[in-house]
Ligand binder design. Structure first.
Ligand code: PAF
Length: 300
């Protein structure tokens, strides 16, 4: 049986994971960590495949982190599908699934030390979901301390998360490389998300508004910021069952909104509520006379 055919071993304790990885490191293996909350889809599997290219041992963590859910959010109904998740990883060369309980991760309860995401963490997703990014950074820093990977992988779909994780790793001198993998989309452009499984048929169709909005924003990029925002928002005009939360264009270096006369690379972030489900998406555009861009990972 080759390494790729081995079914991933599930480890539920921090001590167990550390012991297993220490043994593999003594044999000279490098380690990649793919942090997830489970409900795995092809976007996660793309992270895993890239991880396998980058390291000898791939660890996938599956942990629905209560710290990053606010009151009234979907913590209780968030899909927990551990058996199916482990099965979906077979054949991909994942050696370990780390699936701790809440008590294992937070033995003293959830009110202790937090990593704070600062001002950028209070914008966009952070404005709609107060405390979300502090909770996310706290669990990511715990996972990085537990697994001490050579590389950790994140999906570009969560662009603000990626910015904040990269900044945390740089500013706190965490000795792990961060690898970002392009958003995986359905053939019609819908970005894959664990929350897509909440959508019924009509909502699934309405959810396409997010990627349509990004496509419209990209098409207007050569005309500047005002046009990008107008065209991006106009895509939401026809859909009663989709409510735009925010559409903003940010500088990828600071993640702050760009100025009216900005030129060059920028990231369009969009979030909307489709029925009871909140979805996000993003695309990189080039503002000014050189757009539209049509890059990899962009909505079709
Ligand atoms: O992107 C996610 O699934 C989560 O925010 C993460 C990074 C696994 C932390 O809980």
């Amino acid at each position: 049986m080759t390494q790729a055919e081995v079914r991933a071993r599930t480890v539920t304790t921090i001590a167990g994971l550390r012991e297993l990885l220490a043994e593999r490191r003594r044999a000279g293996a490098s380690v990649a960590l793919v942090p997830t909350m489970g409900a795995l889809h092809d976007g996660h599997l793309a992270l895993v495949r890239r991880a396998r290219e980058l390291a000898d041992v791939v660890v996938v963590s599956i942990f629905v982190n209560p710290l990053q859910f606010g009151p009234g959010e979907d913590l209780d109904r968030y899909p927990r599908t551990l058996d199916a998740d482990v099965a979906s990883l077979s054949g991909l060369g994942v050696e370990v699934v780390f699936a701790p309980t809440v008590a294992e991760m937070y033995p003293d309860g959830e009110t202790g030390t937090r990593v704070t995401a600062g001002h950028v963490g209070s914008l966009y997703e952070g404005a709609s979901r107060p405390g979300h990014f502090d909770g996310m950074l706290t669990v990511v820093s715990k996972l990085l301390n537990i697994a001490t990977p050579d590389v950790a992988l994140f999906g570009q779909k969560d662009a603000q998360q990626v910015f904040l994780v990269r900044r945390m790793v740089r500013e706190l001198d965490v000795p792990a490389a961060i690898e970002v993998v392009p958003t995986v989309r359905e053939a019609d452009g819908l970005a894959l998300s664990s929350r897509n499984r909440y959508l019924h048929d009509a909502e699934r169709a309405a959810a396409l508004t997010l990627s349509e909005s990004l496509r419209a924003a990209d098409a207007a990029a050569s005309d500047g910021l005002a046009e990008v925002l107008a065209e991006g928002a106009a895509a939401f005009g026809d859909h009663d069952d989709v409510t735009l939360d925010y559409l903003v264009v940010v500088d990828p270096r600071t993640f702050l909104p760009v100025n009216d006369d900005a030129r060059g690379d920028a990231v369009v972030l969009v979030a909307a509520r489709v029925g009871a489900t909140r979805l996000i998406d993003n695309a990189t555009i080039t503002l000014g006379p050189t757009g539209p861009t049509g890059r990899r990972g962009q909505p079709k």
